[in-house]
Design a protein around this ligand. Structure first.
Ligand SMILES: *Cc1c(COP(=O)(O)O)cnc(C)c1O
Length: 370
């Protein structure tokens, strides 16, 4: 029995992956060609231009890395950090902690500021920290997927601008769901992932490096310790008249990203953001009727990742399993200290539509006996 035949289409309302639109599936099935074929180079160039629009940046080095969002995280740190560099990592969830782990493995001198999970990074605390010490890099997660919190990257960016530090930001869940303004916010290194609000299967990590970040890379005393993610080599494959082989690009994944970016730009970024917000409002109203509260205060909630508290006396794992098995709807569980306490309802990309929200609310009403 071919197991693929048993796979049922699922409404993906967890923390990623999100639903994939038909245009993107179709793009994946386009004929594979050589990765140095001029036709393919043309597609790569268009992907770069579309990513610049979506990241709102003029950075030349704006490319998708091969690998999922975590590969993008690793690329930023491995290229910019040298042993002994002083880093400040702002932590209020799983992905901030992952940044700290990645930086520590590179021998960085890592300082952290931690905030309660479910609350946003406090800008005044960051200001005090930056007034008291100098850092080579300040790193933060924009949309903390483990808690549903949106961190004030614009405000943190304006503080970092007054220092010599590079500003490194995770936009894996935010890109394509809420505005990400790389140039305006003074971001030097940023990465994302395809399977969240870009509505493409997992496998690529869009990334952008500012001139300052590329300068830091060019002036390293030591080689980038990771061959596969060394941007100084990878840019020769993505830029210039003559392209040099580094590794074989995941051709069909790049077709898919091309189609996903095209869909988003055709709809228009403002409409895309408004669609995410509308789906979030609709969910909020429906959950209020069910007496299900949000974990996060209203002013720092993400529209695309709704962390909600499990009602008293409800077996949260049982509800998730029933939703998946009987209704083909996936929602996410809590992580770390929030395990068993919250559900994470994703409204990312193509998933963020009224009919999908209604389908989940109908299912939850039935499950919870309303
Ligand atoms: C999903 C996610 C990642 C990791 O991405 P993968 O594609 O799972 O490797 C990193 N940061 C944030 C904020 C995420 O939501």
């Amino acid at each position: 029995m071919n197991k693929l035949k048993e796979i049922k289409e699922t409404l993906l309302m967890g923390p990623g992956p999100s639903c994939v639109p038909p245009q993107v599936y179709k793009a994946l099935a386009t004929a594979t060609i050589g990765h140095l074929d001029p036709a393919f180079i043309g597609i790569m160039d268009d992907i770069k231009a579309m990513l610049q629009q979506i990241f709102q940046t003029e950075n030349d080095v704006t490319i998708p890395m091969s690998g999922t969002g975590s590969a993008g995280m690793e690329t930023c740190f491995v290229n910019l950090v040298e042993s002994g560099d002083k880093l400040l990592v702002l932590i209020n969830g799983v992905f901030g902690m992952r940044m700290q782990d990645v930086a520590n493995r590179l021998g960085a001198d890592v300082d952290t500021l931690e905030f309660e999970w479910g609350t946003a990074v406090d800008v005044d605390a960051v200001k005090m920290k930056l007034d008291g010490a100098t850092y080579d890099i300040v790193a933060v997660v924009h949309a903390e997927t483990s808690t549903g919190v949106c961190n004030p990257v614009d405000l943190i960016g304006s503080l970092v601008k007054d220092t010599d530090a590079l500003f490194l930001v995770d936009t894996v869940t935010s890109l394509g769901g809420i505005p990400v303004k790389v140039d305006e916010w003074g971001i030097d290194a940023v990465y994302s992932g395809t399977q969240k609000c870009l509505s493409c299967p997992p496998g690529l990590s869009p990334l952008s490096f500012s001139k300052r970040a590329m300068n830091k890379l060019a002036n390293r005393k030591t080689k980038v310790p990771n061959w596969y993610l060394d941007l100084s080599m990878i840019v020769n494959y993505w830029q210039g008249a003559k392209r040099t082989y580094h590794h074989t690009a995941p051709i069909n994944m790049l077709y898919a990203l091309y189609a996903a970016l095209e869909c988003m730009l055709e709809e228009g970024m403002e409409s895309v953001f408004a669609r995410h917000q509308a789906a979030h409002e609709q969910l909020k109203a429906g959950l209020a009727e069910l007496g299900i509260p949000f974990l996060v205060k209203e002013d720092s909630r993400l529209p695309m990742l709704n962390a909600v508290k499990i009602p008293e006396g409800v077996d949260e794992a049982d509800i998730r399993m029933t939703l998946l098995k009987e209704r083909q709807i996936e929602i996410g569980a809590g992580l770390g200290p929030l395990a068993g306490k919250i559900w994470r309802i994703g409204l990312m990309g193509h998933t963020a539509r009224a009919e999908n929200v209604e389908r989940l609310l109908t299912a939850l009403r039935a499950q919870l006996g309303f």
